[in-house]
Ligand binder design. Structure first.
Ligand code: NI
Length: 253
């Protein structure tokens, strides 16, 4: 069975098919997935979905794109949302210097603040980092109790080593199936089996051979197949390993 550690099925792209899609996951080998919040409303929607479906988990937090709009009292809201029994991580939080949709200064400030909340309430985090690995690592280092997942990892082997040494799990998504993924495949080779995770980031980043379509958690199997090929494991082995890693990373009993 597979565990998609990162998807956004609350996206309006799934409005017509959401329940049907979620109800079809088990028959397609996907036992669990985590619905990831990226602002306050999507975090609330993620929690509602996790209340409706036993096998759906949720995260709550504010993505770097949305940080220009944050204010201090939002940290109280995030703290409250994270107290819900199905919320397994605070996130997605981090830095995105590729799109720069929020001022970098605000991205850094609210990444830091949300990390403080995660340490205070002792919950794993899920981190989004794009073209910002140096600052991401520097800010994470200021929060030694922070633990969790680097989602859709797109950095170097050297940065992966630092993050692994800090205790983080590395999650792989569709880009490892793309042509010219040589750095990503070096990272797949490098990450130890007990720290690798798989995800889709649905509806984005559909893996080959579905590239260009809306992604769904069903396609997480393509990520497992690619890892199996690179690491010389069977599909079943990668499924079992990443499933157990996901439960450990999200601290699911
Ligand atoms: Ni995401």
């Amino acid at each position: 069975m597979l565990f998609d550690t990162h998807a956004h099925l609350c996206s309006s792209r799934f409005d017509k098919v959401r329940d049907e899609l979620i109800e079809s996951l088990a028959d397609n080998g996907v036992a669990n997935y985590c619905e990831i919040g990226f602002d306050i409303p999507s975090s609330i929607a993620a929690i509602e979905l996790s209340d409706k479906y036993d096998f759906v988990y949720a995260s709550a937090g504010v993505h770097p794109h949305e940080t220009d709009a944050l204010c201090p009292k939002d940290m109280d809201t995030i703290r409250e949302l994270c107290a819900h029994s199905k919320v397994v991580a605070l996130g997605e939080i981090g830095l995105d210097y590729y799109y720069d949709n929020s001022l970098r200064e605000n991205q850094r400030k609210w990444f830091d603040c949300q990390l403080s909340v995660a340490e205070e309430i002792s919950i794993p985090i899920t981190v989004h980092s794009r073209d910002a690995m140096g600052d991401t690592i520097d800010i994470l280092k200021a929060h030694p109790k922070a633990r969790g997942i680097i989602h859709c990892y797109s950095g170097s082997v050297e940065s992966a080593k630092i993050l692994l040494d800090m205790g983080f799990y590395i999650s792989f998504a569709g880009p490892i199936t793309y042509k010219n993924a040589s750095t990503a495949l070096d990272v797949v080779r490098f990450v130890p089996e007990n720290r690798m995770l798989i995800e889709t980031d649905s509806p984005y980043l559909a893996p080959v051979p579905f590239r260009g379509k809306d992604n769904t958690p069903i396609y997480v199997a393509e990520i497992a197949k690619k890892i199996a090929q690179i690491k010389g494991l069977s599909f079943e082995e990668v499924s079992d390993i990443t499933y157990n890693n996901a439960k450990r990373a999200y601290e699911i009993k």
